[in-house]
Design a protein around this ligand. Structure first.
Ligand code: DX5
Ligand code: ZN
Length: 218
């Protein structure tokens, strides 16, 4: 049984009670921090100063997902704010390798994210260099959307591409994932599950995290 990691997305937390909500997910493997810039995606969230506040509040490592148009310029701010892992979108840069190298040199785990419309072959030149590939399973921008079913096959394709390259990066899925579909998604090769609503809409977050992990590990 491969270990499945769960990363609750604070996008679904109560921002007026962020400290308490962070405490409720202390058994999580990562805190998923969704940065939106109102340009790469049609929504706006939070930036490096909020990340800094989260880092001062929890010991759970932070996985920052940058849904921004200019990762070449902005990644540094999230590194300096204390991100443990950073995912930037391949669609937003022509210099993925440069960002990955910078993250690596900074002691931050590098990850690349792809949108539902982006083909897996785009990962060909970068998959050997990253710790994780983030496969968007909804069009990014909002929590609580419906999982795109063809994403299961896409995850399998990413896993196959990684094998071809002789590497085994973590594969993270993000959007519409719950204990209902985690099993088939992990069977296809994913091992990190982002869950916004599936964790924060439940009263017992620890139990919700456990249930998603168990479903993924079946
Ligand atoms: C979507 C974000 C996700 C989102 C997931 O653009 O990247 O991380 O918070 O939320 P759920 O799990 O509710 O789909
Ligand atoms: Zn995300």
């Amino acid at each position: 049984l491969e270990d499945v990691l769960v990363a609750p997305s604070v996008l679904s937390a109560d921002f007026a009670r962020l400290g308490e909500d962070l405490k409720s997910i202390e058994t999580a493997d990562y805190v998923h921090f969704d940065v939106m810039d109102g340009h790469f995606v049609p929504n706006l969230t939070f930036g490096p100063d909020v990340l800094r506040a989260i880092k001062a509040t929890t010991d759970v490592p932070v996985d920052a997902h940058l849904m921004i148009s200019n990762p070449d310029e902005m990644t540094r701010l999230y590194v300096e704010a204390g991100a443990d892992m950073v995912s930037f979108h391949l669609e937003a840069t022509n210099h993925a390798h440069r960002i990955v190298s910078y993250l690596r040199e900074s002691g931050v785990r590098p990850a690349v994210a792809i949108n539902p419309a982006t083909p897996v072959c785009m990962l060909d030149s970068i998959i050997e260099d990253v710790d994780m590939v983030l496969v968007m399973t909804v069009n990014p921008g909002f929590g609580g959307q419906k999982f795109i079913p063809s994403s299961v096959a896409k995850v399998a394709k990413v896993r196959a591409l990684a094998k071809e390259h002789g590497v085994s990066p973590m594969i993270e899925v993000d959007g519409g994932v719950s204990e209902q579909n985690a099993g088939q998604i992990c069977a296809a090769g994913a091992n990190v599950i982002v869950a916004g609503s599936a964790v924060f809409k439940k009263d017992d977050r620890g139990a919700a995290i456990r249930a998603i992990k168990d479903a993924g590990q079946l």
